[in-house]
Write a protein that binds this ligand. Structure first.
Ligand code: SAH
Length: 350
């Protein structure tokens, strides 16, 4: 956090700012609520502050939110995909999805990603920078204001690896859960990781009630390393031990994500191995038909293969679901809109 990034500050830090400006302490509560609860992106919207104070804050503590650059709404369901522009001209993506229980926003944690997973569009041009906590809550504020709905659930499954931006991700969780802010309960939040083992241990020490999702995608090391380079550093035995320890420490069920890629990880042998790996664990397997992207030649598994894979797991007592594919007409899986937008912009400049 830079010291002037006011949208990333908690109430105590905003109080320090107010003190340093010689303001009465009640101003901190007012400013904090405007920033975190209402989610304004301009001090002029803080109508209970005097104009000269608004101008001073504008100069010294500019608000770094996100602006809607592009938006695509699905005609099939109510999914909306946003391309947001950050204060420094970088782009990130969020996806708003409607479920029976409310609206879920899938948010990004980094501009790009350095993890290099084979089928993922977000990682193709590496990690540009971490998002700060204010830019993570900012995605929720902007999506809410643009759509007019209240976001009740958040999944950190957009661009980036949240555990590779650990401190900012933790600060984000404390801001988003604050009763003077968006007040979204930890049980309504999921964090997805490719499996950075030491950070999983750090996370469990915090004993948060969030749901941890782990992107597994393969049940044995050789295959997993070929799909996900992170596996070379933290192979399956270490990852699965960390997951077991996590469930024991937090009593929270882990969700394993498994993107089904045709002829790679979707064989019956893989299903049997996966069932063995998960046996006896407090977990749930989420099978996702892999989205096909321009930058990779992989194909998604057929419906039949997916169902057979699912049945093998189920018959072995594994808790498994196939993820409903939302927004399939708008490239709703993260990274695709940004990479396309950047390509178009650079083609335009040529
Ligand atoms: N870095 C984190 C979170 C971001 S990715 C992680 O790895 O979990 C969110 C999920 O989408 C991950 O499970 C990721 O593997 C999956 N994903 C990425 N590209 C995909 C694609 N083309 N098709 C299906 N799932 C994909």
């Amino acid at each position: 956090m830079t010291s002037t990034d006011i949208k990333s500050m908690n109430l105590q830090e905003v109080t320090e700012v107010c003190k340093s400006l010689g303001l009465p302490s009640y101003r901190a509560g007012q400013i904090y609520k405007w920033l975190q609860q209402v989610g304004v992106s301009d001090y002029d919207e803080m109508t209970n502050l005097p104009k000269d104070l608004r101008n001073k804050l504008k100069e010294q503590y500019p608000i770094h939110g996100c602006e809607v650059e592009l938006k695509r709404a699905s005609k099939i369901d109510e999914t909306v995909k946003y391309l947001f522009k950050l204060y420094d001209g970088n782009y990130i993506e969020s996806v708003l999805m409607k479920y029976k229980y409310g609206y879920t926003l899938c948010i990004s944690s980094q501009v790009g990603c350095k993890m290099g997973c084979m089928f993922c569009a977000s990682t193709k041009s590496g990690c540009v920078r971490n998002l700060n906590p204010g830019e993570m809550v900012g995605q929720i504020h902007t999506a809410q204001r643009d759509s007019g709905v209240r976001v009740s659930h958040v999944v950190m499954m957009g661009m980036g690896e949240p555990l590779d931006n650990f401190d900012n991700a933790m600060k984000f969780l404390s801001l988003v859960g604050d009763e003077n802010g968006l007040n979204i309960g930890m049980r309504n939040i999921s964090l997805s990781t490719c499996g950075i083992v030491p950070r999983i241990y750090e996370l469990m020490e915090k004993e948060l009630q969030i749901t941890l999702s782990v992107s597994l995608h393969a049940p044995e090391n050789e295959l997993r390393s070929s799909i996900m380079p992170v596996n070379k550093k933290y192979p399956l035995a270490l990852l699965m031990k960390a997951c077991r320890d996590y469930t024991e420490k937090t009593s929270r069920r882990i969700s394993f994500e498994y993107a089904m890629v045709a002829n790679q990880n979707d064989t019956p042998e893989c299903a049997v191995m996966l069932a063995k790996l998960c046996k006896g664990m407090l977990c749930h397997v989420n099978l996702i038909p892999a989205n096909e992207i321009e930058e990779s030649s992989h194909k998604r598994s057929s419906e039949k293969t997916l169902n057979e894979f699912c049945n093998i797991l189920r018959s072995r007592g594994i808790n498994v679901t196939v993820r409903r594919s939302l927004g399939s007409d708008i490239d709703a899986s993260c990274g695709q809109l940004r990479s396309r937008h950047e390509k178009q912009n650079s083609d335009g400049r040529k």
